[in-house]
Design a protein around this ligand. Structure first.
Ligand code: ADP
Ligand code: MG
Length: 362
């Protein structure tokens, strides 16, 4: 159905550097496959999805859909977008339209359906995702999980041949992850072809026919869920799989919820019996966010990873747009630094193409 050959994507940063985000991605996707894409942050998973449906066209390589190269100049873009649906982390519903209108807009405007048929079908799809009773309300009155289910119904209304999901549950409150994953599971049962970028490892394992482990701009390893999760062949996959008892926190600006983070850290520690580490983790998170990183140094990802093999616990901060260590620069608050040093075993600082990664062992 889709053949990707030597796909490349390069960006030029504002200061003129070129960053090759997709180095050489090749794969074949057949009808009915459910492929989960896993891998560390910043390895090009979103870029890959966006290149596939030409939201952000690749800079090299080929994408063949049913044997036709979609990168040729006059390929009908609308038709392609209709065939490849996309569901985003942030829902992207139209806030000024009702739920029903959100779902019927595409079919009426782009598929030329009449209003009545579009509404009948939209109601059918909303029922399927459990959202029919909200058909006449505005998106702002829905929870995140409900919005995402509507976004899936809206996508289905275009009769796509494949759906690309980019971290569909990452922006959700943990209590709402399940309802969205259930809808995706149902689609998988019905034979929908899907490509799903996710950090939900248990879900990926249950639902997928294949797993792609993306790492540093390539599909570093691919295989069945059993191969990738139980017997990964390559070194980086093994390291990633071992680390996946992990918690990810995302900070997108000044108004992060530190108490919400603390609750998630408490839950994580309770789950893996890491009671003695809990306070140390919170100290590092608090000092980093409140004292050592400035506003411009957000957004950032925080990942807490626990390995049961050697009981090691790593707390990683991936900070975009930071090029010196926040612990060593002049404005670093020495008290905050010494608190962090006091509760960590070691600190690893790594310069990345687009920022800085600090990993604290606890
Ligand atoms: P992932 O989804 O695996 O976390 P992404 O595909 O979002 O990774 O990003 C991969 C890398 O590409 C990151 O280092 C990111 O900063 C960079 N990148 C993504 N989009 C752009 C862009 N428009 N301009 C410059 N760099 C970008
Ligand atoms: Mg991404």
């Amino acid at each position: 159905m889709i053949s990707v050959r030597h796909l490349k994507k390069t960006y030029t940063t504002p200061n003129g550097e070129t960053v090759q985000v997709l180095k050489d991605v090749s794969c074949d996707i057949s009808k009915g496959e459910v492929i989960s894409i896993i891998g560390p942050s910043g390895t090009g998973k979103s870029t890959f999805l966006r290149a596939l449906n030409l939201l952000d066209p690749p800079t090299g390589g080929e994408i063949l859909v049913d044997g036709e190269n979609i990168l040729q100049k006059n390929y009908p873009m609308n038709r392609l977008r209709q065939r490849m649906g996309m569901v985003f982390q942030s829902f992207n519903l139209f806030d000024h339209l009702t739920i029903l209108q959100n779902v019927t807009l595409g079919p009426i405007k782009l598929l030329g359906m009449n209003k009545q048929d579009a509404e009948n079908e939209a109601m059918h799809l909303l029922r399927k995702v459990g959202m029919a009773e909200k058909a006449s309300v505005m998106p702002s009155s829905l929870s995140g999980g409900q919005k995402q289910r509507v976004a899936i119904a809206r996508c289905l209304a275009m009769h796509p041949e494949i759906i690309l999901f980019d971290e569909p549950t990452s922006a959700l409150d943990p209590t709402m992850v399940g309802e969205v994953l259930s809808v995706i599971r149902q689609l998988a049962k019905e034979g929908m072809t899907m490509l799903i970028v996710t950090h939900e490892m248990k879900f990926a394992r249950d639902v997928s026919t294949r797993i792609f482990f993306m790492n540093k701009g390539i599909i570093y390893e691919d295989g069945t869920p059993e191969q990738i999760f139980d017997h990964p062949l390559r070194k980086d996959t093994q390291a990633f799989i071992r680390r996946i008892r992990s918690l990810r926190l995302e900070v997108n600006g000044a108004d992060y919820d530190i108490y919400g983070f603390f609750t998630e850290i408490d839950l994580f520690c309770a789950k893996y019996a890491l009671y003695d580490k809990c306070d140390s983790i919170k100290h590092v998170v608090e000092e980093m966010l409140a004292t050592l990183l400035s506003l411009e140094e957000r957004p950032l990802f925080i990942e807490l990873a626990f390995s049961e093999l050697d009981y090691s616990l790593a707390l990683t901060f991936m900070v975009t747009g930071l090029f010196v260590s926040p612990l060593n620069r002049e404005l670093a608050d020495p008290i905050a630094v010494s608190i962090i040093q006091g509760v960590t075993k070691s600190i690893n600082e790594e310069k990345m193409p687009n920022g800085y990664r600090l990993t604290f062992s606890l």
